[in-house]
Ligand binder design. Structure first.
Ligand SMILES: [Cu+2]
Length: 186
């Protein structure tokens, strides 16, 4: 609406000269002209931005297509993630023993000599007393089972995350609610 007004007043500038407040109208003309120029500029920018961002939205479709086709051969390696079974036990006085049984995908053979760490974080107070990485050591008598003992900050519900770094990356979570300082609660 304003854009069209700006164009018509711009062409009829000579007739407007005789008006009582030429300065006012000229200011208005300039304002309207500036507004229309700004609006067209914004439109051009929006079109340019749309054209520029468009290639970013289309590649995922082709990538997914490529991934699906490659899934039969190379995809197996990508999906190879260690299976992690976490057991968390409150030993008392906020000391928690974390056990993680790490097994290979498909075969479920225990993964020995792995690099495994644990993180603990209170569910209701995220990041306020997050702990980790806590190195988990493999048990000599139970191959593929890694263990760590840590002391939590306070009574509450915790998220325990176990991360296998080597030989294949994988993560798993387990919840443990500690209701009192005595052992076994949770
Ligand atoms: Cu807390």
């Amino acid at each position: 609406m304003r854009g069209t007004t700006g164009r018509t007043t711009g062409s009829g500038r000579a007739t407007r000269r005789g008006r009582p407040h030429p300065h006012d109208s000229r200011y208005r003309q300039g304002f309207v002209l500036g507004l229309s120029v700004g609006m067209s500029l914004a439109l051009v920018l929006a079109v340019v931005a749309f054209v520029l961002t468009r290639p970013q939205t289309s590649p995922p479709a082709s990538t997914t297509a490529a991934a699906t086709t490659a899934n039969s051969d190379a995809g197996h390696q990508q999906q190879a993630k260690a299976a992690i079974a976490i057991t968390a036990r409150h030993l008392g006085n906020l000391r928690v023993q974390i056990d993680a049984q790490v097994t290979a995908p498909v075969s479920y053979d225990p993964i020995s000599m792995g690099q495994v760490v644990a993180y603990t974080d209170m569910v209701e107070m995220p990041m306020s007393h997050r702990k980790g990485p806590i190195v988990m050591a493999e048990l000599g008598n139970r191959k593929g089972t890694y263990q760590a003992v840590t002391t939590l900050s306070m009574i509450g519900e915790y998220d325990i995350m176990v991360e296998v770094k080597q030989p294949m990356a994988s993560t798993a979570h387990e919840r443990l609610a500690i209701k009192s300082l005595s052992a076994g609660t949770g």
